[in-house]
Design a protein around this ligand. Sequence first.
Ligand SMILES: Nc1ncnc2c1ncn2[C@@H]1O[C@H](COP(=O)(O)OP(=O)(O)O)[C@@H](O)[C@H]1O
Ligand code: SF4
Ligand SMILES: [Mg+2]
Length: 325
Amino acid sequence: MSLLQVKNLIVEFPGRHGTLRALDDISFDIAPGEILGIVGESGAGKSLTSAAIIGLLEPPGRVAGGQILLEGTRIDNLNHEQMRHIRGRRIGAIFQDPLTSLNPLYTVGKQLIETIQTHLPLGAEEARLRAISLLQETGIAAAEQRMGHYPHQFSGGMRQRVVIALALAAEPKLIVADEPTTALDVSIQAQIITLLKSVCKKHNAAVMLITHDMGVIAETCDRVAVMYAGRIAEIGPVHDVINRPSHPYTEGLMAAIPDIEVDRDRLHQIDGSMPRLDGIPTGCAFNPRCARAFDRCRQARPELMPVSTTRAACWLHDASQEAVA
Ligand SMILES: Nc1ncnc2c1ncn2[C@@H]1O[C@H](COP(=O)(O)OP(=O)(O)O)[C@@H](O)[C@H]1O
Ligand code: SF4
Ligand SMILES: [Mg+2]
């Protein structure tokens, strides 16, 4: 069974000038232990997808349709308190800024122990040993002494390591990481991603890894979903999506990674920018930026359709139509 199922998820923002639809019919699964990457330019809907899953959509944003299931049970209709419990125990969250997850007033040891004891039936000493061991696993030197330090006494990278330890404290089955290295120094981003991958594998936690960096996706994920304007443009095994991108938007994102072997002649930099929610083009939302757009792209919206091992929402792959040049 899938660990996480997102089915036809719709997220809307009601406003004075009408309702804006920010996520429009998003569906994907994550298998136990799997790393699913979510990639796309700023504004694609990556963070809203994550916020909907962990129950932290900010009002007036709301789930207006669809379902989210964790191990077969719906979690999109739970109340605040139930969702808070799920977030600590069954889903661990990691945000761009480590200080979102850490309380500046408490030592990291106290925060780890408290999270562990809230969710696991461990006594004080067992919880303390578990906290130390989690810090060691995440590469914090002199972990026992560091337990007594406050978040501001750690560097940005070390703080994000503490957050990873905290996210794993109650052995969740799923870690949702929204741009976990974007705020960190470029020189340590790769280390943190590598660490995240290795500790999650060790703890058997699946990961939904959000990034705008195709290079990180290529090196880290099992599968990838490419998002554009609140929808999934392409989804499939990472190797296939990267080596044979089926959606012109994915090709454009690939062009930004210098060291991946793809047919350079097919690539164009993507001109233009992601549409605002109140100006999403009819037909394929990508059509104004797409070098291969044809009439149908401006009229009808493509759903995800199978293309060998992946699925892409692009009329170029519509097997039911005559091929269009
Ligand atoms: N509180 C909000 N009110 C209105 N629109 C929002 C709000 N939060 C996000 N959006 C819009 O939803 C879209 C997706 O945002 P987001 O999920 O944050 O994108 P990403 O994380 O991919 O950069 C964007 O167009 C953004 O402007
Ligand atoms: S449907 Fe048309 S506009 Fe959209 S990506 Fe495919 S070719 Fe380009
Ligand atoms: Mg975001």
